[in-house]
Design a protein around this ligand. Structure first.
Ligand SMILES: Cc1cc2nc3c(=O)[nH]c(=O)nc-3n(C[C@H](O)[C@H](O)[C@H](O)COP(=O)(O)OP(=O)(O)OC[C@H]3O[C@@H](n4cnc5c(N)ncnc54)[C@H](O)[C@@H]3O)c2cc1C
Length: 402
C-alpha cells in the first residue's frame, strides 16, 4: 500500500495528534501500573504503527528510510515507553528476521509483523559480562540429537518481554573461544520449555515497556531457528544495532522538538518582574541554543537516511547521530526544566495551564523518559568507538551525497 505525498503528510499529523492526545492520556495510568492496557495495542494497530515501516511485500507502506524516521519523530513526542515499543516495532522487530532469517522462517513469519500477530524482543545484555565475545549464555549441540541446541544462561534489562512471542537471542556457541565468531543468534519462541521471564522493578521513565530478566535452563532449540550461520551472532547484533542507532537518534529528536515547543510557550506566558521570560536575553539565548542543536540533529539524521537509502555503509554516521542526539536531548531537557522553573518538576505541572486553558505538556515525564537514551542500545562510549573507526578508515574525510 503505497502512500501519496499528501497521504504521508496527513499520516504524520495523525500520529502527532495520537502521541500527544490519546497516548499521553493513557500513559497517566501506565505510570502507576507499568503495563500497557489492551487499548494501547488496539490503537497502535488501528493507526498502522506496526505496519508503516515494513516493506510493501510484508504489508507495509514501502516508505523510504527518511519517511520512516519522520513518522518515528512524531510518535516519539508521546510517552517514552510507547516510543520504545513502537521504535522497536519499526526497526529491530522485523529487520533482523528479514536480514538474517532463512527462507523457511521468512515465509512463515514475515507477514505476521504488520498487525502484531508476532512481536520479537532482542536479548543481548547479561549481568556477568560485556556485550561481545564475553557472553556467558551458552548454546551447545544436543549430544543425543545434533539437530538441536541446548541453551543455558541468562539475559538482563530486556525490553518488551510482556508482549513478545519470540526473542532474538545472542549466545555463545563456542565456549572455548574468546573470538567474535564464538557467538551465534537464534529466533526463539518464548513458550519453549526452559524459557523463564522474571519481571524487573519500575524504571525511572519509559514506563510500560515490559522489562525483565530472562533465564534459560536446558532450553532445546532446533537448528532451523538459527539466524545466519553458526559464528555470525555478533554480526547479526551489530548490523542490526547500527541502523537502530539512527532510530534512537530520531526518538531523541522527537522528544527534544516537543520540549522546545513547550518551552517557548512557557517563556511567553510566564511573567516575572513585569516582563515575560521570552523578553530576557538569557532566555532567548537558551532557546536559540536548543533550536540550533535540534536543527543540526535533524539534518544529520536526514543525511544518514540518504546514505541508507543509497546503500552506502552507515555505521559511522548512525553512531554519530546517536552520540549527538544524546547530548542534544540532555541539553534541551535541562534548559526546558530550568525555564519552566518549579512547576516543571511536578507531575502534570501541578495543574498549571496556559492562559487559554490548554496544557503545556508533560515536562517532568519527558525529562525522565529521555534519560533511558544514555543506555538504550549502547552507551556513548560505544558510539564514539564506532565513529572513530569510521573516521580512521576515511582519514577524516566524511562523504555526503547530493
Ligand atoms: C531502558 C533500557 C532498555 C534496554 N533494553 C535492552 C534490550 O531490549 N535488550 C538488551 O540486550 N539490552 C537492553 N538494555 C541494556 C543496554 O543495552 C545496556 O544497559 C547498555 O548497553 C549498557 O550496558 P550495561 O548496562 O551492562 O553497562 P556496563 O557495561 O556495566 O557499563 C557501565 C558504564 O561503563 C562504561 N563502560 C563499559 N565497558 C567499558 C569499556 N570497556 N571501556 C570504557 N567504558 C566502559 C559504559 O560506557 C557505561 O557508561 C536496555 C537498557 C535500558 C536502560
Amino acid at each position: 500500500m503505497k502512500l501519496t505525498e499528501q497521504q504521508f503528510q496527513d499520516y504524520l499529523l495523525q500520529i502527532r495528534a495520537l502521541a500527544e492526545g490519546p497516548f499521553d492520556e493513557m500513559q497517566k495510568e501506565i505510570e502507576v501500573t507499568n503495563t500497557f492496557p489492551p487499548e494501547f495495542y488496539e490503537t497502535a494497530i488501528k493507526n498502522d504503527l506496526y505496519r508503516f515501516a515494513l516493506p510493501e511485500q510484508y504489508g507495509g507502506f514501502g516508505l523510504s528510510e527518511k519517511q520512516i524516521l519522520m513518522v518515528q519523530e512524531e510518535f516519539s513526542r508521546g510517552p517514552g515507553g510507547m516510543r520504545m515499543h513502537l521504535h522497536h516495532a519499526a526497526d529491530l522487530d522485523w529487520r533482523i528476521l528479514d536480514d538474517f532469517g532463512s527462507d523457511e522462517l521468512k515465509a512463515q513469519y514475515m507477514d505476521k509483523f504488520q498487525d502484531k500477530t508476532i512481536y520479537v524482543n532482542f536479548a543481548l545484555t547479561e549481568r556477568t559480562g560485556g556485550t561481545g565475545a564475553d557472553l556467558h549464555t551458552i548454546a551447545q549441540k544436543d549430544p543425543e540429537d545434533p539437530d538441536y541446541y541446548i541453551i543455558n544462561g541468562e539475559k538482563t534489562l530486556i525490553s518488551h518481554t510482556d508482549c513478545s512471542d519470540f526473542t532474538y537471542l545472542i549466545v555463545k556457541t563456542d565456549p572455548t573461544s574468546d573470538k567474535d565468531e564464538s557467538l551465534s543468534a537464534f529466533f526463539v519462541d518464548v513458550h519453549t520449555p526452559g524459557f523463564e521471564i522474571i519481571p524487573m522493578s519500575h524504571m525511572m521513565g519509559c514506563r510500560g515497556a515490559g522489562h525483565a530478566d530472562l533465564k534459560f535452563t536446558n532450553m532445546r532449540v532446533h537448528k532451523k531457528f538459527m539466524l545466519g550461520k553458526e559464528g555470525q551472532g555478533l554480526e547479526v547484533a551489530m548490523h542490526s544495532l547500527a541502523v537502530s542507532r539512527a532510530h534512537i537518534a530520531v526518538s531523541n529528536l522527537g522528544m527534544a522538538q516537543r520540549m522546545l515547543e513547550m518551552t517557548i510557550k512557557r517563556a511567553h506566558d510566564r511573567v516575572t518582574f513585569g516582563k515575560p521570560l521570552c523578553k530576557r536575553q538569557k532566555i532567548q539565548q537558551d532557546i536559540a541554543d536548543m533550536g540550533t542543536k535540534i536543527n543540526a540533529l535533524r539534518l544529520m539524521i536526514w543525511d544518514f537516511a540518504k546514505d541508507y537509502d543509497a546503500g552506502v555503509n552507515i555505521d559511522m554516521k548512525a553512531a554519530m547521530c546517536k552520540l549527538f542526539s544524546i547530548d542534544t536531548v540532555r541539553e534541551v531537557s535541562d534548559a526546558m526544566l530550568e525555564i519552566f522553573g518549579g512547576i516543571g518538576y511536578f507531575e502534570d505541572n501541578n495543574g498549571v495551564r496556559r492562559p487559554d486553558g490548554s496544557d503545556y505538556g508533560p515536562v517532568e515525564r519527558l525529562y525522565r523518559d529521555c534519560r533511558a537514551m544514555w543506555l538504550e542500545e549502547g552507551p556513548r562510549t560505544v558510539q564514539r568507538l564506532t565513529a572513530f573507526r569510521g573516521l580512521d578508515k576515511c582519514g577524516g574525510r566524511i562523504s555526503y551525497l547530493d
